[in-house]
Design a protein around this ligand. Sequence first.
Ligand code: GLN
Length: 451
Amino acid sequence: AHLARIDAVDEKVHAFLHVDREGALARARAVDAKRSRGEKLGPLAGVPLALKDIFTTEGVPTTVGSRILEGWIPPYDATVTKRLKAADVVVLGKTNMDEFAMGSSTENSAFGPTGNPWDLTRIPGGSGGGSSAALASYQAPLAIGTDTGGSIRQPAAVTGTVGVKPTYGAVSRYGMVAFSSSLDQGGPCARTVLDAALLHEVIAGHDPLDSTSIDAPVPPVVEAARNGNVKGLRVGVVKEFGGEGYQAGVMQRFTESVELLRELGAEVVEISCPSFDKALAAYYLIAPSEASSNLARFDAMRYGLRVGDDGGHSAEEVTSLTREAGFGPEVKRRIMLGTYALSSGYYDAYYGSAQKVRTLIKRDFDAAFGQVDVLVSPTTPTTAFPIGERADDPMAMYLADLCTIPVNLAGNAAMSLPCGLAPEDGLPVGLQIIAPAMADDRLYRVGAAVE
Ligand code: GLN
Protein backbone atom coordinates (compact mmCIF):
# COMPACT_ATOMS: atom_id res chain seq x y z
CA ALA A 1 0.00 0.00 0.00
CA HIS A 2 2.83 2.39 0.81
CA LEU A 3 4.62 1.63 -2.47
CA ALA A 4 1.35 2.39 -4.29
CA ARG A 5 1.06 5.66 -2.37
CA ILE A 6 4.64 6.54 -3.38
CA ASP A 7 3.74 5.82 -7.01
CA ALA A 8 0.69 8.05 -6.72
CA VAL A 9 2.23 11.12 -5.08
CA ASP A 10 6.01 11.17 -5.02
CA GLU A 11 6.37 12.52 -8.51
CA LYS A 12 4.93 15.72 -7.05
CA VAL A 13 6.44 15.64 -3.55
CA HIS A 14 9.90 14.23 -4.38
CA ALA A 15 10.48 12.90 -0.86
CA PHE A 16 12.52 9.92 -2.09
CA LEU A 17 15.83 9.85 -3.93
CA HIS A 18 15.68 6.10 -4.26
CA VAL A 19 12.78 3.71 -3.74
CA ASP A 20 14.00 0.18 -3.00
CA ARG A 21 10.87 -1.51 -4.31
CA GLU A 22 12.28 -5.01 -4.63
CA GLY A 23 14.18 -4.89 -1.37
CA ALA A 24 11.11 -3.64 0.49
CA LEU A 25 8.83 -6.31 -0.96
CA ALA A 26 11.40 -9.03 -0.26
CA ARG A 27 11.69 -7.90 3.37
CA ALA A 28 7.92 -7.69 3.78
CA ARG A 29 7.60 -11.24 2.44
CA ALA A 30 10.40 -12.44 4.72
CA VAL A 31 8.58 -10.95 7.73
CA ASP A 32 5.34 -12.65 6.61
CA ALA A 33 7.16 -15.97 6.26
CA LYS A 34 8.63 -15.57 9.74
CA ARG A 35 5.17 -14.87 11.09
CA SER A 36 3.63 -17.92 9.45
CA ARG A 37 6.44 -20.11 10.79
CA GLY A 38 5.55 -18.84 14.25
CA GLU A 39 9.00 -17.30 14.75
CA LYS A 40 9.55 -14.41 17.12
CA LEU A 41 9.12 -11.12 15.28
CA GLY A 42 10.99 -7.86 15.82
CA PRO A 43 9.23 -5.02 17.68
CA LEU A 44 8.34 -3.11 14.48
CA ALA A 45 7.72 -6.14 12.26
CA GLY A 46 6.53 -5.18 8.80
CA VAL A 47 6.29 -1.43 9.49
CA PRO A 48 7.48 0.59 6.46
CA LEU A 49 10.05 3.33 7.01
CA ALA A 50 11.69 6.10 4.97
CA LEU A 51 15.43 6.39 5.65
CA LYS A 52 17.35 9.64 5.22
CA ASP A 53 19.94 9.16 2.50
CA ILE A 54 22.77 9.83 4.94
CA PHE A 55 22.76 6.30 6.42
CA THR A 56 24.68 3.63 4.57
CA THR A 57 22.60 0.76 3.25
CA GLU A 58 24.35 -2.35 1.96
CA GLY A 59 23.66 -2.77 -1.74
CA VAL A 60 21.39 0.29 -1.91
CA PRO A 61 22.69 3.70 -3.12
CA THR A 62 23.61 6.32 -0.52
CA THR A 63 24.21 9.83 -1.88
CA VAL A 64 23.87 12.27 1.07
CA GLY A 65 22.12 14.46 -1.50
CA SER A 66 25.45 14.98 -3.28
CA ARG A 67 26.80 14.35 -6.76
CA ILE A 68 30.12 13.43 -5.19
CA LEU A 69 28.66 10.12 -3.99
CA GLU A 70 26.57 9.50 -7.10
CA GLY A 71 26.84 5.87 -8.14
CA TRP A 72 28.32 4.72 -4.83
CA ILE A 73 26.80 1.54 -3.44
CA PRO A 74 27.86 1.08 0.19
CA PRO A 75 29.29 -2.35 1.04
CA TYR A 76 27.93 -2.16 4.61
CA ASP A 77 24.97 -1.09 6.74
CA ALA A 78 25.05 1.77 9.24
CA THR A 79 24.31 0.64 12.80
CA VAL A 80 20.91 2.38 12.52
CA THR A 81 20.15 0.45 9.31
CA LYS A 82 21.20 -2.79 11.00
CA ARG A 83 18.98 -2.14 14.00
CA LEU A 84 16.00 -1.34 11.78
CA LYS A 85 16.47 -4.62 9.96
CA ALA A 86 16.84 -6.50 13.26
CA ALA A 87 13.51 -4.97 14.35
CA ASP A 88 11.95 -6.34 11.12
CA VAL A 89 11.24 -2.85 9.79
CA VAL A 90 10.69 -2.61 6.02
CA VAL A 91 12.90 0.16 4.62
CA LEU A 92 11.05 1.63 1.63
CA GLY A 93 13.89 3.75 0.32
CA LYS A 94 16.20 6.70 0.85
CA THR A 95 14.90 10.23 1.34
CA ASN A 96 15.97 13.56 -0.09
CA MET A 97 18.08 15.96 1.93
CA ASP A 98 20.23 19.05 1.71
CA GLU A 99 23.66 18.06 0.43
CA PHE A 100 25.68 16.66 3.36
CA ALA A 101 22.83 17.80 5.64
CA MET A 102 23.82 21.42 5.16
CA GLY A 103 20.65 23.47 4.91
CA SER A 104 17.20 24.16 6.27
CA SER A 105 15.02 23.66 3.21
CA THR A 106 16.21 20.62 1.20
CA GLU A 107 16.84 23.06 -1.66
CA ASN A 108 20.56 22.29 -1.39
CA SER A 109 20.02 18.72 -2.57
CA ALA A 110 21.93 18.06 -5.79
CA PHE A 111 18.87 16.16 -6.98
CA GLY A 112 16.25 18.90 -6.79
CA PRO A 113 14.02 20.17 -3.99
CA THR A 114 11.24 18.40 -2.09
CA GLY A 115 7.80 19.99 -1.81
CA ASN A 116 5.99 20.51 1.48
CA PRO A 117 2.85 18.32 1.30
CA TRP A 118 0.84 21.17 2.90
CA ASP A 119 1.73 23.42 -0.03
CA LEU A 120 4.03 22.05 -2.71
CA THR A 121 5.40 25.51 -3.52
CA ARG A 122 6.87 25.71 -0.03
CA ILE A 123 9.91 24.07 1.58
CA PRO A 124 9.50 20.95 3.75
CA GLY A 125 12.34 22.12 6.01
CA GLY A 126 15.80 20.71 6.01
CA SER A 127 18.09 19.10 5.93
CA GLY A 128 15.78 16.13 6.39
CA GLY A 129 12.90 17.48 4.33
CA GLY A 130 12.47 14.22 2.43
CA SER A 131 11.83 12.19 5.58
CA SER A 132 9.29 14.65 6.99
CA ALA A 133 7.55 15.12 3.63
CA ALA A 134 7.25 11.32 3.32
CA LEU A 135 5.46 11.24 6.68
CA ALA A 136 3.21 14.22 5.98
CA SER A 137 2.16 12.81 2.59
CA TYR A 138 1.46 9.35 4.07
CA GLN A 139 4.17 7.67 2.02
CA ALA A 140 5.61 6.14 5.19
CA PRO A 141 4.44 5.97 8.81
CA LEU A 142 7.98 6.19 10.21
CA ALA A 143 11.19 7.89 9.10
CA ILE A 144 14.72 8.49 10.29
CA GLY A 145 16.49 11.83 10.24
CA THR A 146 19.68 13.39 11.53
CA ASP A 147 19.97 16.60 13.49
CA THR A 148 23.19 18.63 13.60
CA GLY A 149 21.54 21.99 14.18
CA GLY A 150 17.84 21.27 13.71
CA SER A 151 17.50 18.99 10.71
CA ILE A 152 15.03 16.64 12.41
CA ARG A 153 13.04 19.20 14.42
CA GLN A 154 12.71 22.02 11.88
CA PRO A 155 11.34 19.78 9.08
CA ALA A 156 8.99 18.18 11.63
CA ALA A 157 7.73 21.62 12.64
CA VAL A 158 7.02 22.86 9.14
CA THR A 159 5.35 19.63 8.00
CA GLY A 160 3.17 19.08 11.08
CA THR A 161 4.96 15.91 12.17
CA VAL A 162 6.95 14.73 15.20
CA GLY A 163 10.75 14.69 15.25
CA VAL A 164 13.19 13.93 18.04
CA LYS A 165 16.86 14.76 18.42
CA PRO A 166 17.97 12.33 21.12
CA THR A 167 20.74 13.11 23.58
CA TYR A 168 24.09 13.32 21.79
CA GLY A 169 25.58 9.82 21.77
CA ALA A 170 22.23 8.03 22.19
CA VAL A 171 22.01 6.84 18.57
CA SER A 172 25.11 5.44 16.88
CA ARG A 173 26.79 7.55 14.21
CA TYR A 174 28.49 4.51 12.67
CA GLY A 175 27.65 4.51 8.97
CA MET A 176 25.96 7.92 9.21
CA VAL A 177 27.90 10.14 6.80
CA ALA A 178 29.66 12.73 8.96
CA PHE A 179 28.92 16.45 8.74
CA SER A 180 29.90 17.85 12.15
CA SER A 181 30.80 14.92 14.36
CA SER A 182 30.41 16.63 17.74
CA LEU A 183 26.87 17.75 16.84
CA ASP A 184 25.43 15.09 14.49
CA GLN A 185 22.74 12.89 15.97
CA GLY A 186 20.31 10.48 14.31
CA GLY A 187 16.76 10.27 15.56
CA PRO A 188 13.16 9.17 14.97
CA CYS A 189 10.50 10.96 12.89
CA ALA A 190 6.83 9.96 12.98
CA ARG A 191 3.28 11.29 12.92
CA THR A 192 2.63 10.67 16.61
CA VAL A 193 4.66 10.88 19.80
CA LEU A 194 4.15 7.18 20.59
CA ASP A 195 5.27 6.12 17.10
CA ALA A 196 8.44 8.17 17.55
CA ALA A 197 9.07 6.50 20.93
CA LEU A 198 8.67 3.01 19.47
CA LEU A 199 11.24 3.88 16.80
CA HIS A 200 13.52 5.64 19.30
CA GLU A 201 13.74 2.47 21.36
CA VAL A 202 14.76 0.45 18.31
CA ILE A 203 17.58 2.72 17.10
CA ALA A 204 19.07 3.94 20.40
CA GLY A 205 21.58 2.15 22.57
CA HIS A 206 25.29 1.61 22.98
CA ASP A 207 27.41 0.79 19.93
CA PRO A 208 31.10 -0.10 20.32
CA LEU A 209 31.63 1.04 16.69
CA ASP A 210 30.97 4.69 17.66
CA SER A 211 33.46 6.06 20.19
CA THR A 212 31.00 8.75 21.33
CA SER A 213 28.13 6.31 21.86
CA ILE A 214 26.72 6.43 25.39
CA ASP A 215 27.15 3.19 27.32
CA ALA A 216 24.02 3.41 29.46
CA PRO A 217 20.47 2.07 29.31
CA VAL A 218 18.08 3.84 26.91
CA PRO A 219 15.66 6.03 28.93
CA PRO A 220 12.12 4.54 29.14
CA VAL A 221 10.74 6.51 26.18
CA VAL A 222 7.88 4.18 25.24
CA GLU A 223 6.59 3.98 28.79
CA ALA A 224 6.76 7.80 28.95
CA ALA A 225 4.87 8.16 25.65
CA ARG A 226 2.13 5.89 26.98
CA ASN A 227 1.82 7.95 30.17
CA GLY A 228 1.63 11.56 29.00
CA ASN A 229 1.38 13.72 32.09
CA VAL A 230 2.72 17.10 33.20
CA LYS A 231 1.17 17.38 36.65
CA GLY A 232 3.64 19.11 38.96
CA LEU A 233 6.23 19.32 36.17
CA ARG A 234 8.31 22.50 36.11
CA VAL A 235 8.35 23.97 32.59
CA GLY A 236 10.67 26.81 31.61
CA VAL A 237 9.81 29.23 28.80
CA VAL A 238 13.03 30.48 27.24
CA LYS A 239 12.73 34.26 27.21
CA GLU A 240 15.26 34.74 24.39
CA PHE A 241 13.11 32.78 21.89
CA GLY A 242 10.53 35.27 20.66
CA GLY A 243 10.20 38.89 19.62
CA GLU A 244 11.54 40.34 16.41
CA GLY A 245 11.69 37.93 13.47
CA TYR A 246 9.10 35.58 14.95
CA GLN A 247 5.85 35.18 13.04
CA ALA A 248 2.76 36.29 14.99
CA GLY A 249 0.85 33.05 14.35
CA VAL A 250 3.80 30.97 15.53
CA MET A 251 3.95 32.91 18.81
CA GLN A 252 0.18 32.67 19.19
CA ARG A 253 0.17 28.87 18.92
CA PHE A 254 3.21 28.67 21.20
CA THR A 255 1.52 30.82 23.88
CA GLU A 256 -1.56 28.61 23.66
CA SER A 257 0.62 25.52 24.17
CA VAL A 258 2.13 27.07 27.29
CA GLU A 259 -1.41 27.80 28.52
CA LEU A 260 -2.35 24.18 27.88
CA LEU A 261 0.65 22.96 29.87
CA ARG A 262 -0.46 25.17 32.74
CA GLU A 263 -4.05 23.87 32.52
CA LEU A 264 -2.73 20.31 32.62
CA GLY A 265 -0.98 21.01 35.90
CA ALA A 266 2.51 22.14 34.94
CA GLU A 267 4.20 24.96 36.79
CA VAL A 268 5.41 27.44 34.17
CA VAL A 269 8.29 29.84 34.79
CA GLU A 270 10.25 32.18 32.55
CA ILE A 271 13.92 31.33 32.14
CA SER A 272 16.66 33.49 30.70
CA CYS A 273 19.50 31.93 28.72
CA PRO A 274 21.51 35.00 27.66
CA SER A 275 24.21 33.12 25.73
CA PHE A 276 21.66 31.62 23.30
CA ASP A 277 21.88 34.82 21.26
CA LYS A 278 25.39 33.78 20.27
CA ALA A 279 24.56 30.16 19.44
CA LEU A 280 24.08 30.70 15.71
CA ALA A 281 27.44 32.45 15.36
CA ALA A 282 29.24 29.72 17.32
CA TYR A 283 27.51 26.98 15.34
CA TYR A 284 28.53 28.48 11.99
CA LEU A 285 32.17 28.29 13.06
CA ILE A 286 32.12 24.88 14.74
CA ALA A 287 29.97 23.01 12.20
CA PRO A 288 31.88 24.21 9.10
CA SER A 289 35.22 23.58 10.85
CA GLU A 290 34.35 19.98 11.56
CA ALA A 291 32.82 19.62 8.08
CA SER A 292 35.99 20.88 6.40
CA SER A 293 37.89 18.13 8.16
CA ASN A 294 35.26 15.39 7.62
CA LEU A 295 34.79 16.13 3.93
CA ALA A 296 38.51 15.82 3.19
CA ARG A 297 37.87 12.10 2.61
CA PHE A 298 36.01 12.88 -0.61
CA ASP A 299 39.17 12.90 -2.68
CA ALA A 300 37.89 11.07 -5.79
CA MET A 301 40.00 8.04 -4.94
CA ARG A 302 37.78 6.27 -2.44
CA TYR A 303 34.12 6.76 -3.34
CA GLY A 304 31.65 7.76 -6.03
CA LEU A 305 32.38 10.42 -8.60
CA ARG A 306 35.76 10.74 -10.34
CA VAL A 307 36.35 13.49 -12.90
CA GLY A 308 39.39 13.92 -15.17
CA ASP A 309 40.80 10.41 -14.71
CA ASP A 310 41.79 10.24 -18.37
CA GLY A 311 45.56 9.91 -18.17
CA GLY A 312 46.00 13.63 -18.80
CA HIS A 313 45.65 14.79 -15.18
CA SER A 314 47.64 14.31 -11.99
CA ALA A 315 46.00 12.73 -8.94
CA GLU A 316 45.79 16.17 -7.34
CA GLU A 317 44.04 17.57 -10.41
CA VAL A 318 41.57 14.68 -10.41
CA THR A 319 40.73 15.41 -6.76
CA SER A 320 40.30 19.07 -7.51
CA LEU A 321 38.19 18.57 -10.67
CA THR A 322 36.01 16.03 -8.86
CA ARG A 323 35.38 18.34 -5.92
CA GLU A 324 34.66 21.24 -8.26
CA ALA A 325 32.03 19.18 -10.07
CA GLY A 326 30.81 17.08 -7.15
CA PHE A 327 30.20 19.58 -4.34
CA GLY A 328 27.42 22.16 -4.50
CA PRO A 329 27.75 25.85 -3.52
CA GLU A 330 26.67 25.53 0.13
CA VAL A 331 29.09 22.65 0.77
CA LYS A 332 31.93 24.64 -0.81
CA ARG A 333 30.98 27.67 1.31
CA ARG A 334 31.18 25.58 4.49
CA ILE A 335 34.50 23.98 3.54
CA MET A 336 35.98 27.43 2.90
CA LEU A 337 34.56 28.87 6.14
CA GLY A 338 35.81 25.93 8.15
CA THR A 339 39.27 25.84 6.60
CA TYR A 340 39.62 29.56 7.25
CA ALA A 341 38.43 29.32 10.87
CA LEU A 342 40.88 26.50 11.58
CA SER A 343 43.89 28.05 9.88
CA SER A 344 46.84 29.04 12.04
CA GLY A 345 46.62 32.60 13.29
CA TYR A 346 42.80 32.52 13.18
CA TYR A 347 42.15 29.39 15.21
CA ASP A 348 41.95 31.11 18.62
CA ALA A 349 39.93 34.06 17.33
CA TYR A 350 37.28 31.94 15.61
CA TYR A 351 37.17 28.25 16.48
CA GLY A 352 38.55 28.80 20.00
CA SER A 353 36.03 31.56 20.77
CA ALA A 354 33.18 29.49 19.37
CA GLN A 355 34.11 26.63 21.69
CA LYS A 356 34.00 29.04 24.64
CA VAL A 357 30.53 30.18 23.62
CA ARG A 358 29.57 26.53 23.45
CA THR A 359 30.59 26.15 27.08
CA LEU A 360 28.52 29.20 28.05
CA ILE A 361 25.48 27.74 26.33
CA LYS A 362 25.98 24.46 28.16
CA ARG A 363 26.17 26.41 31.44
CA ASP A 364 22.94 28.30 30.64
CA PHE A 365 21.20 24.96 30.09
CA ASP A 366 22.68 23.50 33.29
CA ALA A 367 21.47 26.52 35.28
CA ALA A 368 18.02 26.29 33.67
CA PHE A 369 17.71 22.59 34.43
CA GLY A 370 18.56 23.38 38.04
CA GLN A 371 15.20 25.17 38.15
CA VAL A 372 12.95 23.33 35.67
CA ASP A 373 12.42 19.81 34.29
CA VAL A 374 11.99 20.82 30.65
CA LEU A 375 12.24 23.95 28.54
CA VAL A 376 9.81 24.89 25.77
CA SER A 377 9.98 27.23 22.78
CA PRO A 378 8.67 27.50 19.24
CA THR A 379 10.70 25.09 17.08
CA THR A 380 11.15 27.62 14.29
CA PRO A 381 10.56 31.38 14.07
CA THR A 382 8.29 31.03 11.01
CA THR A 383 6.17 28.50 9.17
CA ALA A 384 7.33 26.96 5.87
CA PHE A 385 8.62 29.63 3.49
CA PRO A 386 8.25 29.51 -0.32
CA ILE A 387 10.82 27.49 -2.29
CA GLY A 388 13.44 29.91 -3.58
CA GLU A 389 12.69 32.71 -1.09
CA ARG A 390 15.89 32.28 0.95
CA ALA A 391 17.95 30.34 -1.60
CA ASP A 392 20.31 33.24 -2.30
CA ASP A 393 20.47 34.49 1.26
CA PRO A 394 22.45 32.10 3.50
CA MET A 395 21.91 34.30 6.59
CA ALA A 396 18.11 34.21 6.22
CA MET A 397 18.34 30.44 5.75
CA TYR A 398 20.51 30.02 8.86
CA LEU A 399 17.89 31.84 10.98
CA ALA A 400 15.48 28.91 10.54
CA ASP A 401 17.52 27.06 13.20
CA LEU A 402 17.67 29.84 15.77
CA CYS A 403 15.75 27.87 18.40
CA THR A 404 17.15 24.42 17.67
CA ILE A 405 20.92 24.99 17.45
CA PRO A 406 21.64 25.66 21.17
CA VAL A 407 20.42 22.13 21.95
CA ASN A 408 22.99 20.53 19.63
CA LEU A 409 25.79 22.68 21.02
CA ALA A 410 24.97 21.45 24.54
CA GLY A 411 24.22 17.83 23.54
CA ASN A 412 20.74 17.81 25.13
CA ALA A 413 17.61 16.06 23.88
CA ALA A 414 14.70 17.84 22.16
CA MET A 415 11.46 17.12 20.36
CA SER A 416 9.31 19.06 17.94
CA LEU A 417 5.62 18.24 17.76
CA PRO A 418 2.68 19.94 16.04
CA CYS A 419 0.83 22.60 18.04
CA GLY A 420 -1.70 23.83 15.47
CA LEU A 421 -1.77 25.88 12.30
CA ALA A 422 -0.73 29.52 12.07
CA PRO A 423 -3.93 31.57 11.51
CA GLU A 424 -2.36 33.85 8.88
CA ASP A 425 -1.23 31.11 6.46
CA GLY A 426 -2.84 27.86 7.66
CA LEU A 427 0.57 26.16 7.91
CA PRO A 428 1.81 23.89 10.74
CA VAL A 429 3.59 25.30 13.78
CA GLY A 430 5.99 23.24 15.91
CA LEU A 431 6.39 23.22 19.68
CA GLN A 432 9.90 22.42 20.87
CA ILE A 433 10.44 20.59 24.17
CA ILE A 434 13.99 20.42 25.50
CA ALA A 435 15.21 18.00 28.19
CA PRO A 436 18.59 17.51 29.87
CA ALA A 437 20.97 14.94 28.38
CA MET A 438 19.88 11.37 29.15
CA ALA A 439 16.37 12.48 30.11
CA ASP A 440 14.89 11.84 26.65
CA ASP A 441 11.89 10.17 28.29
CA ARG A 442 10.71 13.58 29.57
CA LEU A 443 10.21 14.73 25.97
CA TYR A 444 7.80 11.88 25.39
CA ARG A 445 5.97 12.33 28.70
CA VAL A 446 5.33 16.01 27.93
CA GLY A 447 4.78 15.47 24.21
CA ALA A 448 2.16 12.79 24.81
CA ALA A 449 0.36 15.05 27.30
CA VAL A 450 -0.04 17.99 24.93
CA GLU A 451 -0.32 16.11 21.60
N1 GLN B 1 20.40 24.05 8.98
C1 GLN B 1 21.57 23.73 9.74
C2 GLN B 1 22.77 23.72 8.83
O1 GLN B 1 22.61 24.05 7.71
C3 GLN B 1 21.40 22.41 10.44
C4 GLN B 1 21.53 21.25 9.55
C5 GLN B 1 21.42 19.94 10.26
O2 GLN B 1 20.91 19.85 11.37
N2 GLN B 1 21.97 18.92 9.61
O3 GLN B 1 23.86 23.41 9.20
